[in-house]
Ligand binder design. Structure first.
Ligand code: RTP
Ligand code: MG
Length: 137
């Protein structure tokens, strides 16, 4: 089933020059395509909406600071089972627990600076695509 997912290459990935490497891994998957792509420094209001589920947690404020610390690549990826698929390519939240071969496992060490966000369900994808690309149909 073809789907769309919202991917953010977080400020650490952009600062470290990993956009090409990470998007290359995503683009290499058969039948997946990049449907939208933009470099954008995310503002507080957008981030609060996006990460609202984490409000009040100890990592929330540092996450807001980090996510607004520089441009992110905001990306829509389209293709077969892409929601589950990009999450699998990314690996688990903690890069040290993420297997080598996954994006977080290959490039990360810090839980917060874990390079990539990808929608975690169809409902999240629908919600997040509206936040970042309200005019995209
Ligand atoms: P994401 O939402 O960014 O795709 O990541 P995720 O689902 O794997 O992880 P989630 O639990 O939703 O956490 C969102 C982001 O917050 C940062 N975080 N820091 N203990 C910590 O310091 C901590 N826990 C989470 C990470 O950047 C994580 O991706
Ligand atoms: Mg999450």
């Amino acid at each position: 089933m073809s789907q769309r997912t919202l991917v953010l290459l977080k400020p650490d990935a952009v600062r470290r020059g990993l956009i090409g490497e990470i998007l290359g891994r995503i683009e290499s998957k058969a039948g997946w395509t990049i449907a939208a792509l933009e470099l954008r420094t995310l503002d507080r209001a957008t981030l609060e909406t996006h990460y609202g589920e984490h409000e009040g947690k100890p990592f929330y404020e540092p996450l807001m600071q980090f996510m607004s610390s520089g441009p992110s690549a905001v990306v829509v990826v389209e293709g077969e089972r892409v929601i589950e698929g990009v999450r699998a390519l990314a690996g688990p939240t903690d890069p040290i627990a993420a297997a080598p071969g996954s994006i977080r496992g290959d490039f990360g060490t810090i839980v917060r600076e874990n390079l990539i966000h990808a929608s975690d369900s169809e409902e999240s994808a629908e919600r997040e695509l509206k936040i970042f690309f309200p005019n995209f149909s």
